[in-house]
Design a protein around this ligand. Structure first.
Ligand SMILES: [Zn+2]
Length: 427
């Protein structure tokens, strides 16, 4: 039997309302028990003294770029970056080339992940063929091939009739529908949040309303169809209010926020630095506050990175021509600690929940827990060690992060997938 004992860590597991210093025993890839002074004779031992031992973190919004854009990222490199960021499971968005809109592409991703990925990889299928918003993708057969949700992320479904149809399909198949909320007519040509800062920099704005009108439309349709509806990368204060309203109404509506949307505002943008260019854009400080508040109150269910690798050449063009998106996997825990935990806004249990039980519930995953008998996906992280993020040493293939040289207090220490240590901070 293959045994691992994680000694003396502070075990934080919201699913068991657990927060205490103890040992965690893993046997044959499953959680065996949590107890004090577990006899580790004949086992491998990981000393977690002074560290947090949590259920494996889940990032439900990642772009792995394979197939089609392997110069930016592959399933292998993206999963390595995930492991280095403390994530044991990631969901990959379908905007590859070809788009993951049929079972052949889904099976390809599942197969590549099985052979090359360091962490669990779950594909998300497209809502429409080629994500072009016109005709539904082969959703049922993709589900059989292993997708866990549908989304046209990167693009919204602009046609309300199509999105309603998709919601009806998703409801029948019990799949969550994840929307990239952006009215393209309102955002057309924009490079950053529309406001004082965009005027000051002379850049074209993306108004908050481009997000809000689509969240509103979708919530109305979610009520009509009964779908499990999830707002990707929520960034606007009004959208947060609308999700709160939908939840109060008892709808199956959930949302996620990225670390950059609670850590940065449009005023933090360095002049024409494309590492601050993403969709939705960095918004005004009142939006940052609303997103933070949504995380604290449970209106927002999950922290997801929207890890979006782009090779240097693409991000080096003039600002207006640069693609949207930044890396996120390796800096997520550090940013959550910096913005939510260290200032005393959020307790550790709630922070862990946003990376584990929260996304697991959205996706109906049997994960995000350290209950005995569950698969031993474990994230070990520290609260106080100081480290500097050097993007040039990133395990991602790309380098587009605004957090290069950022000093962090606390971050990932070890990542364990099905009982196997796949990454440690010293490796
Ligand atoms: Zn998106």
């Amino acid at each position: 039997m293959n045994k691992l004992v994680i000694k003396n860590g502070r075990i934080v597991d919201p699913t068991q309302n657990l927060d205490r210093v103890a040992d965690l025993a893993i046997a044959d890839g499953l959680i065996a028990e949590t107890a004090e002074n577990i006899d580790a004779t004949g086992s491998n031992v990981f000393d977690a003294s002074g560290m947090i031992v949590a259920p494996g973190f889940i990032d439900m919004h990642v772009h792995l770029r394979e197939p089609g854009f392997e110069h930016a990222e592959t399933i292998e490199t993206g999963s390595r970056a995930a492991a280095a960021g403390g994530f044991t499971s990631i969901c990959c968005m379908p905007n590859t080339q070809p788009v993951n809109d049929n079972a052949t592409v889904t099976s390809y991703i599942v197969d590549r992940a099985r052979r090359f990925a360091k962490v669990n990889v779950y594909p998300i299928g497209a809502i429409t063929k080629n994500s072009s918003g016109e005709e539904l993708a082969a959703i049922a057969s993709m589900k059989q091939a292993g997708i866990v949700a549908i989304s046209d992320d990167g693009r919204p479904v602009m046609n309300a009739r199509i999105v309603r149809q998709a919601m009806e399909f998703a409801t029948a198949l019990d799949l969550p529908l994840i929307e990239h909320c952006e009215d393209l007519d309102l955002s057309a040509g924009g490079d950053m949040h529309e406001g004082l800062e965009s005027t000051r920099l002379g850049l074209r704005g993306i108004p908050r309303s481009s997000e809000d009108v689509m969240v509103a439309r979708d919530i109305i349709l979610a009520e009509v169809t009964g779908v499990r509806y999830h707002v990707a990368h929520i960034s606007s204060k009004y959208s947060v209010e609308m999700v709160a309203f939908a939840k109060k109404r008892g709808l199956k509506v959930t949302s996620e926020a990225t670390p950059h949307h609670f850590a940065l505002a449009d005023s933090d943008m360095r002049r024409y630095d494309s590492n601050y260019k993403m969709k939705p854009p960095l918004r005004a400080s009142e939006d940052v506050n609303a997103v933070t508040c949504g995380l604290l109150t449970g209106v927002i269910d999950a922290i997801a990175t929207d890890h979006a690798p782009h090779p240097g050449a693409e991000k080096m063009q003039e600002f207006e021509r640069c693609p949207f998106g930044i890396l996120g996997l390796e800096t997520a825990i550090g940013l959550a600690l910096e913005r939510l935990y260290h200032p005393g806004k959020m307790c550790l249990k709630n922070l862990v929940r946003l990376f584990t039980q929260g996304p697991a519930r959205v996706l109906s995953f049997d994960k995000g827990t350290l209950r005995p008998g569950s698969v031993a996906d474990v994230t070990v992280f520290g609260l106080d060690h100081e480290w500097t993020y050097d993007v040039n040493r990133s395990l991602s293939k790309s380098r587009n992060s605004p957090f290069h040289n950022h000093q962090f207090r606390g971050g990932p220490v070890a990542t364990i997938v099905a009982g196997e240590i796949v990454w440690t901070a010293n490796s």
